[in-house]
Design a protein. Structure first.
Length: 385
């Protein structure tokens, strides 16, 4: 689709003939200086708007260059670039662990089924949790009906307030594969709407909500790090903070969580044995896996973050993965081997599992781009189990 681009983006997209590369640190941020063409230069750090695009273009030009010795680059930086551009049968870590089996399957450019209904259903427990908590803020106790009827992106939540039955219409939008907007009507009062925005990332889940009629604004940020998961919630009404909580999300032992979750890893490409599992208050899970390896010059750390949301027999799995290669001499880091996989389980009556591989940008491996990116794969539920 055509769009207006700024001067820097156009300059980056027109780059060719790399002459010299310099990777360095600038105020604690990774930075790169690229020299190309006829004495042309672009210099950016990770805080700049088009840094990711510049790295993608540099890695592409570097991988396409037949005589890499013609590009002036110090030995330490060259090792990082080579690690990010491995080719041939030397597949990247994610592809070896997860993606290789899909190489033998047919990848489709478009989905076979409409996913909106299944994705909507798996978001229901999260919505019910936040709505119930917000009603409690006004000392209103409600209970949800277990059965939720809906169609495509729409549904109606039925809840009990004392002897009264309340109907809350819901409309969801999935603008991107890792974000969702849900508009819930009749919140606390007739004709009052609260909007939830939910975003998933490799190091965070962010839930933002707002109700203009009640001057209500809030967010729940779930931060993911090697130390665990932290949930930070802030709520304001009429511009005044009325609630703040900073909690650790509990880690759970898989053996105590019942057959439903224990069976899921059999067909979800989750290495549970080497992961930590955390349970969110609405029943969703976050699975975190960190592995490290090092030699005398570099250290590599692979991160996998997996979000699992379910309702009845429908399940959505969002898997983020990337590697971080670090030069031990100067601390320079380079992201590589990035991946984002979404799996959808349409329910017990559906015979297939859908897997979509989503673009992640410059740091995805060549094999991911060539065999997996933007493709849908389908597997028989019986075979995968």
């Amino acid at each position: 689709m055509y769009r207006f681009m700024d001067k820097e983006e156009i300059e980056i997209r027109q780059m060719d003939s790399l002459k010299m590369l310099h990777l360095y640190k600038l105020g604690g941020s990774d930075a790169i200086a690229a020299y190309y063409g006829d004495n042309q230069q672009i210099n950016m750090c990770a805080m700049d708007k088009h840094y990711d695009l510049l790295m993608e273009r540099v890695l592409t030009l570097y991988s396409q260059c037949e005589d890499k010795n013609s590009i002036i680059v110090d030995e330490a930086a060259k090792k990082l670039l080579e690690a990010a551009n491995r080719r041939g049968e030397n597949y990247t870590n994610f592809f070896n662990r997860v993606g290789r089996k899909y190489k033998e399957l047919e990848g489709l450019e478009a989905p076979r089924f409409a996913a909106d209904g299944a994705m909507r259903e798996t978001m229901i427990p999260m919505l019910q949790y936040y709505i119930k908590e917000l009603y409690n803020l006004w000392d209103v106790n409600v209970e949800f009906d277990k059965n939720t009827r809906g169609w495509h992106r729409n549904c109606v939540l039925k809840l009990k307030k004392g002897t009264d039955t309340l109907m809350l219409p819901v409309k969801m939008e999935f603008q991107e594969n890792n974000s969702c907007t849900a508009r819930v009507g009749n919140f606390l009062q007739d004709m009052s709407t609260i909007e939830f925005s939910v975003t998933y990332a490799d190091n965070r889940q962010l839930i933002v909500f707002e109700c203009p009629e009640l001057a209500l604004v809030g967010e729940n940020r779930i931060d993911i790090s090697g130390d665990g998961l932290k949930s930070v919630t802030t709520i304001s009404v009429n511009g005044q903070t009325v609630y703040y909580m900073d909690d650790a999300v509990p880690m759970v032992e898989i053996g105590a969580e019942g057959a439903t979750f224990k069976n899921l890893p059999k067909y979800a490409d989750i290495d549970v044995a080497n992961s930590k599992v955390y349970q969110l208050p609405w029943g969703g899970y976050v699975v975190c896996r960190v592995t490290k390896e090092a030699d005398e010059a570099t250290k590599r750390t692979d991160y996998d973050t997996i979000f699992i949301e379910s309702h009845d027999t429908k399940v959505s799995v969002r898997h983020f993965s990337y590697g971080l290669v670090e030069n031990l001499a100067d601390g320079l880091k380079l992201r590589t081997d990035g991946a984002n996989m979404r799996k959808l389980y349409y329910g017990d009556k559906h015979g297939e599992l859908e897997t979509l591989f989503i673009p992640v940008g410059y740091y995805s491996g060549w094999d991911y781009k060539e065999f997996l990116e933007n493709k849908y794969f389908y597997e028989s539920m019986e075979v995968s189990k």
